[in-house]
Design a protein around this ligand. Sequence first.
Ligand code: UGA
Length: 433
Amino acid sequence: MQLTMIGTGYVGLVSGVCFSDFGHDVACVDKLPEKINAMQHGEVPIYEPGLDDMMVKNIANGRLQFTLDLAKAVGAAEAVFIAVGTPTRRGDGHADLTYVYDAARDIARALKGYTVVVTKSTVPVGTNREVERVIHAENPDADFDVCSNPEFLREGAAIEDFMRPDRVVVGIENDRAKDVMARIYRPLALREAPIVYTDLESAEMIKYAANAFLATKITFINEIANLCEKVGADIKSVSKGMGMDNRIGNKFLHAGPGYGGSCFPKDTKALERIGQDHASPIKIIETVIAINDERKRQMADKIMYLCDDKVKGKRIAVLGVTFKPNTDDMRESPSLTIVPALVGAGAVVHVVDPQGRKEGEELLPAVTWDDDPYEAASGADAIVVLTEWNEFRALDLMRLARVMKTPKMADLRNIYDPVEAKEAGFDYVSVGR
Ligand code: UGA
């Protein structure tokens, strides 16, 4: 099939590359000439394990191309995917749909023959109907259907999530569009991935409800972790014991410094606004947002407390600044609250991150970037584990303690065993135990 992706951000690029790997002919469209040129030469603009190999392979076999020519790519396609950004609008927390509707107008003018226009971007309920209206207004003769096909991939595991999804959600209005979508996802259906066909509004709602629920699950376990610290329970055992109940499930029960990233913060805020606008406020989500914001500040306080509330002039090594491992993404990362709080209190911060430096240098200007954890820890008064990169999971704690001025560790991802850390000489604090 001929498919076109509009937008080569995380979702657009990964989906486009994976669709080409299914055997479809995919054209990925973007407006940035330099980005298109680099991708044509196999350069991946983001860090995502496995994406570069798959991209180079499918460019070489002619199934994947990158182009600035939206009209040509849309005219040739059986289905066009809108995968542009829907950032939080300044001031009011709504999802900004400017790029979605701009794309819809561009697509409308270029449509040739029957085409399904599929929204992959995360969009509020009602957006697909508006996309339909915008296209019809721009080109009343166009022969098209709209489809809502939200994406559930996680950064860092994007290819695996796309290729082996728990489910594919398809919101459509008729069998003609359903047939096109079924053919697109046939390779996944053959692998028995469940495909949920539903209406447009439900598909849009599934995406927000799923992300908001996962953000709630994390926030819940973070609150339980706080209580564990007070009553002497161990959050790791609590999460394990809870997660073994199939109705709860063991995923997304890891206590930490608060959720970040390009999705949960943005989508919870958008859902909060959607609820308020429809006089149906989702109070649990309003609370989750407030708790998560507060949590990042609490984590900075925890580190200061470990340093006897005196961090002025002290050297603090921070391991990991991306919002999670296996990504170079810094968006809404807890580090963006915690590190400036330490710097603001006068600490001398040294940072190590396997992929975060490129984005992080601008966002965290007042820190020193080191290449390895022992170098960052050398002469340090405290070390903080902020992101659980594999590279940080098996450090030689004895050696680490030896190179530090005072061996203090705040392990905000619970990757070390408190007993081992104490045996290595660390004054050790973690989360929820
Ligand atoms: C999230 C969802 O998991 C995807 O299903 C969804 O497609 C995506 O948003 C999106 O809407 O595009 P992502 O933002 O890549 O994916 O990252 P997650 O793995 O969900 O992690 C989000 C945050 O929660 C991270 O800061 C992570 O450290 C934190 N987290 C996650 C925890 O603190 N504890 C956990 O147990 C799990």
